[in-house]
Design a binder for this molecule. Structure first.
Ligand SMILES: Cc1ncc(COP(=O)(O)O)c(C=O)c1O
Length: 404
């Protein structure tokens, strides 16, 4: 079976990660090197985007009850962090064809309590920011750009006018360091406040990072399609499915210990691997994945989420379908590990009195993530597209997300 995703790390990087766990040092030099080379803006290396975002909100200390306008699709943890700081997350609907939030949607959701805007670039796309920047400037809102899914290894370092841009190097991201994040700030003083807040947190231990490297080294053989197929078969024999197990294995922080785990500083081994991955630039795998995805999009048309996105590197490849469960079953039976659970992204629920994100909710109810990655051959991509098209012959018009 062709697995849903390849983890973008090789033996060389895993071996380097292990070796870094044996070297002395507290990471101060690595911090300085990463941060001086990232961006013209002030920047800060963190354990994860969630850690950096948590520290950013603590440093900002916005009045309780302040509202943060959030593009309506994000991982649940980002909402949880907003709420933990006494703030209210207000979803703003996303145009699922363009993967953008528009100024008119932001303006509709704003109230006198609005203080900040958090927009997330989704699935490997990058939305145009000009209008959003002007809207935030005019209203004096802080603009936070969640680029956790937008880093491809290229030279893009975020939107210079954003107050903060957040980049993730978590385990399933391109050029992963099996963790780590970089935050870039327009205001150097804010960056220092976030750094000061994080300085109170304990340091990630070498043992913790070593276990992480071992875990992903042990999972690496599962990227092999025969091994993955055998695993799926074994799960079926045991009366379960591989779907939940695979999604769970990729998850970084366990639920119960969430704040204890995110409120740590990155250790020296992680920072060393992070520096190595940033320096490596765009991987061959990322380029091949983008090529396969463009072919898939050309074959499937408008049912592809983000089919009209201005810029798209296709980190994930979701489509919408009128029968998502049926399509997943059909594709799995044909050897393609399609899933409804490739990420922990969800649609943010509105607070009382705010409007729900109708378009994002509609699309998410029909979402299927297709495997489209560097571990596939182009012929397999085309065969999968044919299987999708054959499942419901007229799905193109039926599955098209309708405009808000
Ligand atoms: C949109 C988005 N925001 C934030 C995060 C959190 O990133 P991290 O795992 O570095 O905390 C993720 C992780 O997948 C994400 O997809």
């Amino acid at each position: 079976m062709i697995p849903r995703k390849c983890i973008d790390i090789g033996i060389r990087e895993l071996a380097a990660g292990m070796m870094y766990c044996c070297l002395p040092g507290n990471g101060a030099r690595e911090h300085a090197r990463i941060e001086s080379s990232w961006d013209k803006r002030a920047s800060l290396a963190c354990l994860s985007v969630r850690s950096g975002f948590d520290a950013l909100l603590a440093a900002l200390a916005l009045p309780p009850g302040s509202e943060v306008l959030m593009s309506a699709v994000n991982i649940a943890d980002m909402v949880r962090i907003v709420q933990a700081h006494g703030l209210v997350a207000v979803p703003v609907d996303v145009d699922m064809r363009r993967l953008e939030v528009t100024v008119s949607q932001l303006a509709r959701a704003a109230t006198p309590r609005t203080r900040a805007v958090l927009v997330a670039h989704l699935f490997g796309s990058r939305m145009p920011m000009r209008g959003i920047i002007e809207f935030c400037r005019k209203n004096n809102y802080l603009l936070i750009e969640d680029a956790a899914q937008a880093h491809t290894g290229d030279a893009w370092r975020g939107t210079p006018e954003a107050d903060a841009s957040l980049f993730s190097f978590g385990p399933v991201k391109p050029s992963t360091a099996l963790g780590g994040a970089v935050l870039a700030f327009r205001d150097a003083a804010l960056c220092e406040r976030v750094r000061d807040h994080m300085a109170r947190w304990p340091l990630q231990t070498r043992a913790d990072y070593a276990l992480r490297v071992i875990k992903y080294a042990a999972l690496a053989p599962c990227a092999n399609r025969w091994m993955f197929g055998a695993l799926a078969l074994l799960c079926r024999w045991c009366g379960t499915t591989h779907d939940g197990m695979v999604s769970g294995a990729a998850r970084g922080f366990t639920r119960g210990e969430f704040y204890r785990l995110i409120r740590r500083r990155p250790g020296a081994p992680l920072l060393r691997l992070l520096r190595m991955r940033i320096a490596q630039g765009v991987s061959a795998g990322t380029e091949l994945r983008a090529r396969h995805s463009r072919r898939l999009q050309a074959l499937l048309g408008e049912c592809c989420v983000g089919s009209a996105a201005v810029q798209h590197a296709h980190w994930l490849f979701p489509i919408t379908h009128v029968d998502p469960e049926g399509l997943v079953r059909r594709l799995v039976a044909r050897g393609f590990d399609a899933t409804q659970q490739a990420s922990t992204l969800a649609v943010i629920q509105p607070p009382p009195g705010a409007a729900p994100a109708a378009e994002a909710s509609r699309a998410f109810a029909q979402l299927v993530y297709l495997p489209a990655h560097e571990g596939m051959r182009i012929g397999e991509v085309e065969r999968m597209a044919a299987a999708v098209a054959a499942f419901v012959p007229r799905f193109r018009s039926a599955a098209r997300p309708s405009p808000a």
